[in-house]
Structure formats: C-alpha cells, structure tokens
Design a protein around this ligand. Structure first.
Ligand SMILES: O=C(O)CCC(=O)C(=O)O
Ligand SMILES: [Fe+2]
Length: 315
C-alpha cells in the first residue's frame, strides 16, 4: 500500500456541496501535511494516457539529430527537447540522467502574446511523427482540466470562494513534460542520479509514471520513501508557487528519482497560473502576516528556471 494519501477526485465534481467540501478537506489535509497525494477517479481515460506514453516512446526513439533539431536551447519559452545530462534539478548534486521533452500551452505564431514576445508565450516544437501533436495536446487538455478541478478543491479548503483560482487559470502557464530515464546498468553513483532532489516550481504537478520504480519523496521524518506506481492513479504534488501563495499553508515537498533498474518513462504536467496573475499570500490567507512579497507568476517561474538551466543563465 502506498504511504502517500489517496484522494478520490470525483467528489470535487459532485453536485452536492457537502461532498465537495468533504473532498476538499481531505485534499487540503494532504496538501498541508504531506504535499503529495495520489489522485484516483480523476476522469482521465486510460486510453488517452496510454497514447501519451506511446508518443513519448516514439519521440525519444527518434535519432539524436532529429531530437536536437527540437532543442529547448532554441526556445526562450521553455519548450522542446532537453538532452541527457543537460538539466540539474539539484545543481549541487550534479546532472540528471534523463532526457525530456516540454510542450507548453499551445499558441499559434500570430497570437498577440507570441508576437509581443511575452515570456512563456511561445510556439511549441513538434516531432515529425504523424498524429503526434493531437495526441499530446489531448492529454495536455485532460491534465489542465484535472488541474483546474484540484484548484477548486484548494480554494474550498482554504476557505476562499470555490472559483478563486478560476480567473487565474483561464490561459495559464503549463508544461507537459515527457521524461525518459535510461537503465542504471547496476551501478548507482548517486541516489538522486536520475533527477536531483528538488521541489517543483508551480502550483500543482500531475504525474503519471510507468511501472518501473524510481520516484522517492522526503517525508516529515526526513526519510526518503518510495512513491510507487499505483494503477489508475496520478501522483499529484504541490509546487513552490502555491506554497508561497498560501503563505506556507500548503507544502511543496522535496522529491528525487533514483537511477531505475530498467528504462523508465514518466509524464509530468506542471501547472502554474496565468503569467500576469499576482501571487500574493494576502489574497489567500488575509488574516495571516504575509511571509512573501507579491510577485507575478511569470517572474517567479522565470527566476526558478534560470537557476536550473545553463542555457538560460546568460539570457
Ligand atoms: O519521474 C518522476 O517520477 C518525477 C519527475 C519530477 O519530479 C520532475 O520532473 O519534476
Ligand atoms: Fe518534480
């Protein structure tokens, strides 16, 4: 049995307010005490998820030259292919043995925000695989919907209007990130060699993994516990932006990925809010002394990404 809480998300969509409030209270407890939970009854069809994993396998199976042509180094907007060892989620620990591919909220080239060069408002890069784009975007849209549902739970639990976050989630910064970790081949030099210990940057992350073990979460006793694959469930966790916004009411919890025994795939969906949204604890917990200054979501995320990637350091 997993030692992280399991929350049946369907309750947040109930017509009965008492059921929504009860589910939100369970969700809130997980976010305050653990920062991680398994989401079940989430409404994302297994076929949509499996199509996304098939897409990830096809993408990472492309030649190095084809993947390099989609490199994130060509995108100021955090989209595209991240090659093996190009990211250090924990810069003190070393490079992550993984490759990744980021897809952001999809904009056409002539969208006013794209034309204006607004941060995080860029075009996506697409691999030359027929049907790939529509399957990836289908999964993206389902994750966004689940993320919005989670936020209705957060608002209810925090004692806010149930729609508090809705206006901040109309066209949010969001990143669907496919991940491939190569097998460790028996020699593990660093326990966090596949992904360095880190907290996520945004509001909430919705993670799907395959059956290969790897993800570990730091519990309140300071022990690394496994977050195993649970069929039909997503692993959700609170990111630093929502921790800050809620004045540390919710916690973003460190996690890492051990070099897996076999090749491992995971797909993370990182949900922030609209780039111009003001993240201010005075709005979520007005009766508390604020621990953080107000900041826009976009400025906050840029500062966090700049610390993680070499290629963003000079820009
Ligand atoms: O691969 C995983 O299980 C987790 C990846 C992760 O934590 C991340 O990319 O932020
Ligand atoms: Fe993470």
């Amino acid at each position: 049995m997993p030692s992280l809480p399991l929350i049946s998300i369907a309750g947040l969509n109930s017509d009965d307010f008492a059921v929504r409030r009860q589910t939100a209270a369970e969700l809130g407890r997980a976010c305050r005490e653990v920062g991680f939970f398994y989401a079940t009854d989430h409404g994302i069809p297994e076929s949509v998820l499996q199509a996304a994993f098939a897409g990830a396998r096809d993408l990472f199976g492309l030649s190095p030259a084809k993947k390099e042509a989609l490199s994130i180094k060509r995108s100021p907007h955090n989209r595209g292919y991240v090659a093996m060892a190009d990211e250090k989620l924990n810069p003190e620990s070393g490079s992550d043995m993984k490759e990744a591919f980021n897809i952001g909220t999809d904009f056409p080239e002539d969208h006013p925000d794209v034309v204006a060069g607004k941060p995080f408002r860029g075009v996506n890069f697409w691999p030359p695989i027929p049907g790939w784009r529509s399957q990836a975007l289908n999964y993206f849209d389902h994750c966004l919907e689940l993320g919005r549902t989670n936020h209705r739970g957060f608002s209810l639990d925090l004692g806010l209007n149930e729609d508090f976050f809705s206006s901040h989630l109309s066209l949010p910064i969001a990143t669907l990130r496919m991940l491939r970790y190569p097998p460790s081949a028996g020699k593990i030099e660093r326990e966090d060699g596949a992904a360095g210990a880190h907290t996520d940057y945004g509001n909430v992350t919705i993670l799907a993994t395959d059956e290969v073990a790897g993800l570990e979460v730091l519990n309140r006793q300071g022990e690394w516990i496994q977050a195993p694959y649970v069929p039909g469930a997503f692993i959700c966790n609170i990111g630093d932006c929502l921790m800050r916004w809620s004045n540390d009411t919710y916690v973003s919890t460190p996690h890492r990925v051990r070099p897996p025994e076999r090749e491992r795939y995971a797909i993370a969906f990182f949900l922030e809010v609209n780039p111009d949204s003001i993240v201010d604890p005075r709005d979520t917990v007005p009766d508390q002394k604020p621990k953080y200054e107000a900041v826009t979501c976009s400025d906050y995320l840029a500062s966090r990404l700049n610390a993680t990637y070499e290629h963003r350091k000079t820009s």
